[in-house]
Design a protein around this ligand. Sequence first.
Ligand SMILES: NC(=O)C1=CN([C@@H]2O[C@H](COP(=O)(O)OP(=O)(O)OC[C@H]3O[C@@H](n4cnc5c(N)ncnc54)[C@H](OP(=O)(O)O)[C@@H]3O)[C@@H](O)[C@H]2O)C=CC1
Ligand SMILES: CC(C)=CCC[C@@H](C)[C@H]1CC[C@H]2C3=C(CC[C@]12C)[C@@]1(C)CCC(=O)[C@@H](C)[C@@H]1CC3
Length: 339
Amino acid sequence: MERIVIVTGANSGIGLALCDRLLTVDSHLRLCLACRNMQRAHAARSTLLTSHPDARVDVVHLDVGSVQSVLTAAQEVQSRYSRIDFLYLNAGIMPNPQVDIKALFKGLFSRNVINMFATAEGLLTQQDRLNSDGLQEVFATNLFGHFLLIKELEPLLCQPSHTSRIVWTSSSNARRSAFSMEDIQHTHGTEPYSSSKYASDLLSLALNRHKNSQGLFSSVVCPGLVMTNLTYGILPSFFWTLIMPIMFLIRIFTNTFTLTPHNGAEALHWLFLQKSESLDPRAKYHSLTSGLGTNYTQPRQMDVDDGMSEVLYEKLLELEKGVRRKLTERNADKETHGQ
Ligand SMILES: NC(=O)C1=CN([C@@H]2O[C@H](COP(=O)(O)OP(=O)(O)OC[C@H]3O[C@@H](n4cnc5c(N)ncnc54)[C@H](OP(=O)(O)O)[C@@H]3O)[C@@H](O)[C@H]2O)C=CC1
Ligand SMILES: CC(C)=CCC[C@@H](C)[C@H]1CC[C@H]2C3=C(CC[C@]12C)[C@@]1(C)CCC(=O)[C@@H](C)[C@@H]1CC3
């Protein structure tokens, strides 16, 4: 049977590499690229069709950072497909990143050096802002938009006698201490990326608890450090190229420096080949690349618990209600003012 796979943020980096890898293992796939920029989406589609001329690749407009866009995209998806086999929640942002150079040098001479390179703990901060829905942009893009998408697509994801899978592109940068249940959007801190990724780890656990009985299974992945537009926003590409020999050296000690989008997509691709019964809801599946360049996937236990994941789930449901109410009011307002 033809499998239907949707990938958000599929036009570049890890998302695009994943699409290429999926089409290589299953040429009968029906792939849907869910992207915010249609020009880039069509360019990605053309690239994929060049290497896989017989593939079925669709494109749908989706800005996960906009509530209206998520609702419209979900309607479009429901009109096109009768079920979803895999939903890869991969779109993500890290706006205005700042590297703490002092902490980097201090870390280099500490016993924590390997962990520092693997997780960037204490090295990175970002500057977030409010989006047009009144939500923190990083939270809205990396987490909430995807949450809303799942809710909207439930009729396709939770079907009797059919198993559907969700895969979150999380990060080893996800940290409990960057996340606060009193401030789930991370309005007050300087690590919205870490917070949003930790929230996705919690949410995945909650989704498994609530939805496994309806045939929906959620997993979490860390692709490792990959050279993509996201990392080129941290340091310019020429700098990364300059330090490439050092990065290959570091890879020997951590294996988390996967570096290429193809390598980074390893665990996402691996999960596609696994049966839902074999998945561990508390594991984060890491893409790893050895010093000799061999790719493999390794599950590692996440720092999450059921209590916290349930509280977050309830908070997201509350927020969803509020956001929908606001949107209805805004649309009604537009109609009365003839816009
Ligand atoms: N690179 C790395 O080292 C790591 C990356 N990750 C995660 O991997 C995922 C993919 O990132 P990566 O491939 O590295 O970076 P890219 O910037 O190459 O890819 C991010 C993708 O997300 C899309 N996107 C961003 N915002 C939105 C939005 N509002 N709506 C729809 N699509 C959006 C981008 O679209 P557009 O082209 O229009 O901007 C792009 O296609 C992210 O979730 C990131 O956090 C995790 C760990 C490490
Ligand atoms: C490698 C050298 C010599 C210098 C680069 C230092 C940092 C810029 C770099 C070290 C660890 C990196 C890292 C990330 C970004 C760049 C670093 C901080 C991430 C946070 C990128 C996005 C993710 O989701 C994480 C998995 C990465 C963890 C490691």
